[in-house]
Design a protein around this ligand. Structure first.
Ligand SMILES: *Cc1c(COP(=O)(O)O)cnc(C)c1O
Length: 357
């Protein structure tokens, strides 16, 4: 690389571990006189790659044996539609905690009846519900939640207990960020481009009894069972993205797994939240008891100061830190690959900036 690496706070696609990028660069052409972009998805080389990716994800998330792991395309956005297409027969519960849960709900409304059983919209999406605030509708086909709200910077601190109603989670921005109990979910899905790899691949973890439950007759591609039966090789998968994902998962394992990653993420986010808590200049967007350890959102006293903050941060090699237009202010996305050192640099800069303002 000719340009030095920056502190990349992009919300997604996002930072990947430098070791992974180096492995990708070094291994790119090493497929028997071909590159990873040129091999068959039916080759034994690719079989080994997709098998290792599935095995590593299963190991690192402790996914029980009655679940399938699927590698699909179309991002989380296609899952917003595939979930109701496959599972919504009577009605489905939606918990609205931000932009992405609203997007998921909007798609489900095309398919069938929905119940909004909780919304944080009135307060400006500053919080996530406690477990006791979620009561699923009797007989609902599933309950959909967004575990981390990428734009607002809120995250579930405890998962709801939905009893016999299957819990489905969009974990696009916090998959593998904490050690979770997969058994609490019937389905987890995540676009890979925030914590697991490049864009173009979506991970879906699905309990098998749910796969069997088909709410309606659908085209093959939109049916989970198609992809489960074909072991994610129904059509040409994103070969490069699966390979990159495998390298990211190897890196997670080398770090000590999800628990070690979680510890690091908590340490990184604490550095920033400690600055917010000691300040009257910065104002955190999320309520304290709902804060995300992935996307840290806060505002400054004026738009001019926010603009200046972004410009000054860039001079210190910090990029991608401007908040989403719907919240304003600053959003520091510090995904798994984001280094502790970068969080220290931001915390120090925040204190300096406040003193000089
Ligand atoms: C980024 C994001 C999405 C959108 O994902 P795509 O892969 O672009 O469809 C959905 N949900 C959450 C929580 C996200 O962070």
């Amino acid at each position: 690389m000719t340009t030095p690496r920056v502190y990349n706070f992009n919300a997604g696609p996002a930072i990947l571990p430098i070791e992974v990028l180096e492995h990708i660069q070094a291994g790119f052409m090493e497929f028997g006189g071909m590159s990873i972009l040129e091999i068959s998805h039916r080759s034994k080389e690719f079989d080994a790659i997709i098998d290792e990716s599935r095995a590593l994800l299963t190991e690192l998330m402790a996914i029980p044996a009655d679940y399938d792991v699927l590698f699909l395309q179309g991002g989380a956005s296609l899952q917003f539609a595939m979930v109701p297409l496959n599972f919504l027969a009577t009605s489905a519960d939606y918990v609205i905690t931000g932009h992405w849960s609203k997007a998921a709900l909007k798609e489900a409304k095309h398919i069938g009846a929905t119940n909004v059983i909780y919304t944080a919209e009135e307060g400006g999406f500053k919080r996530t519900p406690r477990a006791n605030e979620i009561t699923p509708t009797k007989g609902a086909d599933y309950c959909h939640i967004t575990t981390n709200n990428t734009i607002y910077g809120t995250e579930y601190q405890e998962l709801p207990d939905t009893g016999s109603v299957p819990l489905i989670g969009d974990m696009s921005s916090d998959i593998m960020a904490t050690a979770i109990d997969v058994k609490k979910f019937a389905c987890i899905y995540a676009g890979a481009q925030k914590n697991l790899g490049p864009s173009g691949i979506t991970v879906v973890i699905l309990r098998r009894d749910l796969i069997a439950k088909r709410a309606r007759d659908l085209p093959a591609f939109l049916t989970y069972a198609t992809h489960a039966e074909a072991k994610s090789l129904y059509n040409t998968p994103p070969v490069f993205a699966v390979w990159a994902l495998m390298h990211v998962l190897r890196w997670v394992k080398k770090q000590g797994g999800a628990a070690a990653i979680e510890k690091m993420n908590r340490e990184k986010s604490k550095l920033i939240y400690d600055v917010l808590d000691a300040s009257t200049f910065y104002k955190g967007h999320a309520d304290r008891d709902s804060r995300s350890i992935m996307n840290l959102t806060f505002t400054l006293p004026s738009d001019e100061l926010t603009e200046k903050f972004v410009v000054e941060a860039k001079k210190r090699q910090m990029v991608g830190i401007k908040g989403h237009r719907s919240v304003g202010g600053i959003r520091a996305s510090m995904y798994n690959a984001f280094p502790l050192e970068g969080a220290r640099v931001l915390a120090t800069f925040m204190k300096e900036f406040e003193r000089s303002a």
